[in-house]
Ligand binder design. Structure first.
Ligand code: G16
Length: 543
C-alpha cells in the first residue's frame, strides 16, 4: 500500500448547490473530478487527521466505486476511522443518525437524491457536519474555495476494500468499520413511535403499499414495516435498490410515483400509500382516494405529533422553507409555538434544531423531519402518519377533512419547468427582480398585489444572512406566488413556481387544487411571462 500525491488543477463548477455537489455521473467519473472535490472537502474542513467519518450512499451507479476512492483518500489524509454502511449503502437519514450516534466529525453521503441514476444520469456527493446535518453555507463556501485553489490530492494505492461483510478492518493506520445500514436506524424509530399501536393496526387488517422506487429505503421499509410492524408481506414494493432505480425517477410525487397513485385511486385501494426517494429523505403520503401534499402533511404531523411517544411532550417549535405553504403556521399559532420561515435547503433547519427552537421541520419538496436526526426523513414521516392513524382510528381522508375544517385549507401546488435554458431563466428572474418594487398596488388576472420581495433570511441562532432565496409576491386575501430557480438540477435551469391560496369558507374546502389555484396560476403567468421567457406552455411537473 502506497500513499501517493497526485498533481491536479482546479475544475470549474464544483460549487455545492442546495444539497451538495450534483452532476452527471460521467462528469463525476472524469479524471480527478471526484478526487478534487473530496480533497477540497478535507481542505475546507481543516483536514481529516485523526477524525472519524461516516460514509454511505443510496446505491446508485458509481456509488461503489466512489466509496473506494473516498476511503483511500481518507486513509491517505490521516483519518482515524470511517464507519461505512455495508455495501457502501446508507439512507441519508440513517447516515445522519450514525454521525450523531457515534459522535463522529461528520460524514459523506453519496447521492443525487431524487434525480435518476445510471451512467448517463446523476451522481452527487454531500458533506454533513458533526451535528449530522448538511454542511451550512459557511462550510460549503470553504469547500468551494478549496476546489478553486487545489493543486494536489492524496490517495493510497491499494486493492479494493471488501465492504460486503460487517466488521472492522484497517487501511494503513485507518480503521474501516462496516456496519449494517438498517439496525441503528430501526432502533431509533422504535424509540419515537408507538410500535405496539401500529402493529395492532396492521393485525386488524389495515393495508399499506409502500413504494421504495428501487431505491435505498427498500431494506429499511421491509425491516421496519413488514418485519417489525407486521404489515403484510409484499406491502413494500420495488424494495430492492438498483443502480439505475429500475430506470425510474426516484422522486416521490404524483407524476413519478404514478403507479402508487393509480393503486391508491383505484377500486381496491389500500388504506395508506407512501413512497420515498433515491436516498430515503423524501416522502409522499396518499390515503385511499386522497393525495396529501407535502405542505399539508407537515401541518398534519405538527398538529398530531403528540400522539407519538417521542413527541408526547409537545413541540418546541416548527419550521418550514419559505416556498412551503403556510398551513403549518396556522397549527403553530394554535399550539402557541414559534414557526420559522427559512430558505429552501434542509441545512437551514440545522441551527434551529440544534438550538431547540424547532422540533418539526418540513418543505414543500416532500421533506419532513424532526430533531431525531438532522436530515429530512422519509420513513420517519410514514411512521408518524401510521402512528397517528393507529391512535386516532381515523382514515387519511377523515384526518384531512378535520384538519381543513379546523385550520382552513392552503391550496397549494408547485409547477416545475425543467431543463430550461439557464440564460433565459436567469434573465426572467433578473427582469422580475427589477420589477418587484413596482408590483404592490398593481393587479394581475384580477388579483391585487400587496407585497413583493426577494426573500432574505437572517438566521436567529448564528445571525448569518442568506440573500436571494426566491421572489415572493403576495396578493390580497393571503394568496401568493413564489418564483425560484432550483439548486439541485444538473441540466440547464429548473424554474419552480410555487402557488398558494388560503381558503376558510367551509363550503369551499373540497375543490380540485388546480381549480382553486386557477386565478393564481393566471396571475403568475401575467406577472412573469413564463411561456414567453421559457418557450414552454406547460410545466413538466406539477406537485
Ligand atoms: C434538496 C434539499 C431540500 C430542497 C430540495 C429542493 O432535497 O435538501 O432542502 O428543498 O433539494 O431544492 P431545489 O428547489 O433547490 O431543487 P433532496 O431531497 O434533493 O436532497
Amino acid at each position: 500500500m502506497e500513499n501517493i500525491t497526485v498533481a491536479t488543477q482546479p475544475i470549474e463548477g464544483q460549487k455545492p448547490g442546495t444539497s451538495g455537489l450534483r452532476k452527471k455521473t460521467r462528469v463525476f467519473m472524469g479524471p480527478h473530478y471526484l478526487e478534487n472535490f473530496v480533497q477540497a472537502i478535507w481542505n475546507g474542513i481543516g483536514g481529516v487527521v485523526g477524525k472519524t467519518l461516516i460514509l454511505g450512499g443510496d446505491g446508485r451507479y458509481f456509488n461503489d466505486r466512489a466509496a473506494q476512492v473516498i476511503l483511500r483518500m481518507a486513509a491517505a489524509s490521516g483519518a482515524a476511522k470511517v464507519i461505512v454502511g455495508q455495501g457502501a449503502l446508507l439512507s441519508t437519514p440513517a447516515a445522519s443518525n450514525l454521525i450523531r450516534q457515534h459522535k463522529t466529525d461528520g460524514g459523506i453521503i453519496m447521492s443525487a437524491s431524487h434525480n435518476p441514476g445510471g451512467p448517463d444520469e446523476d451522481f452527487g456527493v454531500k458533506f454533513n457536519t458533526s451535528n449530522g446535518g448538511p454542511a451550512p453555507e459557511e462550510v460549503t463556501n470553504a469547500i468551494f474555495a478549496a476546489t478553486e485553489s487545489i493543486r494536489e490530492y492524496q490517495i493510497v494505492e491499494t486493492q479494493d476494500i471488501d465492504l460486503s461483510v460487517v466488521g472492522n478492518q484497517t487501511l494503513g493506520d485507518m480503521t474501516i468499520a462496516v456496519v449494517d445500514p438498517v439496525t441503528d436506524y430501526a432502533a431509533l424509530m422504535e424509540t419515537l413511535f408507538d410500535f405496539h399501536a401500529i402493529r395492532a393496526l396492521f393485525s386488524g387488517g389495515f393495508r399499506l403499499r409502500f413504494d421504495a422506487m428501487h431505491a435505498i429505503t427498500g431494506p429499511y421499509a421491509t425491516e421496519i414495516l413488514e418485519r417489525r410492524l407486521g404489515a403484510a408481506g409484499g406491502s413494500v414494493v420495488n424494495a430492492t435498490p438498483l443502480p439505475d432505480f429500475g430506470g425510474g425517477h426516484p422522486d416521490p410525487n404524483p407524476i413519478w410515483a404514478k403507479d402508487l397513485m393509480d393503486h391508491m385511486m383505484g377500486p381496491d385501494a389500500p388504506d395508506f400509500g407512501a413512497a420515498s426517494d433515491g436516498d430515503g429523505d423524501r416522502n409522499m403520503v396518499v390515503g385511499r382516494g386522497i393525495y396529501v401534499g407535502p405542505s399539508d402533511s407537515l401541518a398534519v404531523l405538527a398538529a398530531n405529533a403528540h400522539l407519538a411517544p417521542g413527541y408526547a411532550e409537545g413541540l418546541m417549535g416548527a419550521a418550514r422553507s419559505m416556498p412551503t405553504s403556510g398551513a403549518v403556521d396556522r397549527v403553530a399559532e394554535a399550539l402557541g409555538i414559534a414557526c420559522y420561515e427559512t430558505p429552501t435547503g434542509w441545512k437551514f433547519f440545522g441551527n434551529l434544531l440544534d438550538a431547540g427552537r424547532a422540533t418539526i421541520c418540513g418543505e414543500e419538496s416532500a421533506g419532513t423531519g424532526s430533531d431525531h436526526v438532522r436530515e429530512k426523513d422519509g420513513l420517519w414521516a410514514v411512521l408518524l402518519w401510521l402512528n397517528i392513524l393507529a391512535v386516532s382510528g381515523k382514515s387519511v381522508a377523515e384526518i384531512m377533512a378535520d384538519h381543513w375544517a379546523t385550520y382552513g385549507r392552503n391550496y397549494y401546488s408547485r409547477h416545475d419547468y425543467e431543463g430550461v435554458d439557464a440564460g433565459d431563466a436567469a434573465k426572467m428572474m433578473a427582469v422580475l427582480t427589477s420589477r418587484l418594487s413596482g408590483l404592490p398596488g398593481q393587479s394581475f388576472a384580477g388579483l391585487a398585489v400587496t407585497t413583493a420581495d426577494d426573500f432574505a433570511y437572517n438566521d436567529p441562532v448564528d445571525r448569518s444572512r442568506s440573500e436571494h432565496q426566491g421572489l415572493r409576491i403576495e396578493f390580497e386575501g393571503g394568496s401568493r406566488v413564489v418564483f425560484r430557480l432550483s439548486g439541485t438540477g444538473t441540466v440547464g435551469a429548473t424554474l419552480r413556481v410555487y402557488l398558494e391560496r388560503y381558503e376558510d369558507d367551509p363550503t369551499l374546502l373540497d375543490q380540485e387544487t388546480m381549480v382553486a389555484l386557477a386565478p393564481i396560476i393566471a396571475a403568475a403567468e401575467e406577472i412573469a411571462g413564463i411561456t414567453a421567457a421559457t418557450g414552454r406552455d406547460a410545466p413538466d411537473v406539477m406537485t
